[in-house]
Design a protein around this ligand. Structure first.
Ligand code: KIV
Length: 279
């Protein structure tokens, strides 16, 4: 008999997420660390270990420099601390756009080494073929259309998509191809409400919007943005807290206390037990 006690884990599954199309909106947030994942787990249907980790935690200018190893390390932390939400890990730039076999090997590494249930890819024109290849081989995939942050060097900046008729048609076609290839849900980023509604109507799987209006089947935000950890946030972010201000106040209180010798107090100090000296 095994002496190991297995903790019961019942996570939402990819088919359960797909079944929410048009139903109760999907609640999704990003997490990169164990403590944050533990806090989000109760409220979220889906936790994304996004490659935004490069900008949010590692101070990179965009997501292009994020590596597979970084995604695996953060994916492991999030998996250890969550029990209920479906966890998706982003495949970083360069990990899936080339040969399908390489994408499969990278996706399998992520699934095996983190224990997450799915990967996310930014579904440019060539990617649906790879999504089909992965899904047929047992890798659940989340697509990502509209503004694709990994394409920042082609676009020149993070730009909303669908401003021209041609671009709208292209984004809808990419979303349809992504769904047809087997993605079980699709992140839609940085598009106008009318385009988000058009995509949501066009595909049979849930759309998860970020800067894409209430016309999607669910919403996702970068957690650090909605918690107010940065001075600037995009127009589409609602701040539910101002943690930057809270942290600044806490740090300045600590600095004042240390300088004034108010910290540590006696209650925060270990004292040696008095040992009677031998006579
Ligand atoms: O990396 C990320 O956090 C994302 C979200 C913006 C959806 O892809």
């Amino acid at each position: 008999m095994s002496s190991q006690r297995q903790e019961t884990v019942r996570r939402l599954t990819a088919p359960e997420i797909t079944a929410r199309k048009g139903g109760q909106p999907l609640v999704c947030l990003t997490a990169y660390t164990a403590p944050v994942a533990a806090i989000l787990d109760e409220a979220c249907d889906l936790i994304l270990v996004g490659d935004s980790v490069g900008m949010v935690l590692h101070g990179l200018p965009n997501t292009v420099g994020v590596t597979l190893e970084m995604m695996i390390l953060h994916g492991q932390a999030v998996m250890r601390a969550s029990r209920k939400a479906l966890v998706v890990v982003d495949l970083p730039f360069g990990a899936y756009e080339g040969p399908k076999e390489v994408a499969y090997a990278n996706a399998v590494r992520v699934l095996k080494e983190t224990g997450c249930q799915a990967v996310k890819v930014e579904s440019g024109p060539t990617v649906p073929e790879t999504i089909d290849y992965l899904v047929r081989r047992g890798v659940p995939v989340v697509g990502h259309v509209g503004l694709r942050p990994q394409a920042v060097n082609v676009d020149g900046a993070f730009k909303a998509k669908g401003r021209s008729e041609g671009e709208r048609a292209r984004v809808v076609a990419e979303a349809e191809a992504t769904a047809d290839a087997g993605a079980f849900c699709i992140v839609v980023e940085g598009v106008a409400e009318s385009l988000a509604r058009e995509i949501t109507k066009a595909v049979a799987v849930p759309t998860i919007g970020i800067g894409a209006s209430a016309g999607c089947d669910g919403q996702i935000l970068v957690t650090d943005d909605m918690l107010g950890l940065f001075d600037w946030t995009p127009k589409f972010v609602r701040r539910y807290a101002n943690l930057k201000r809270e942290i600044e106040q806490a740090v300045s209180g600590y600095a004042d206390d240390v300088r004034a010798r108010r910290f540590p107090a006696a209650s925060e100090t270990y004292f040696a037990k008095r040992v009677n000296a031998p006579e």
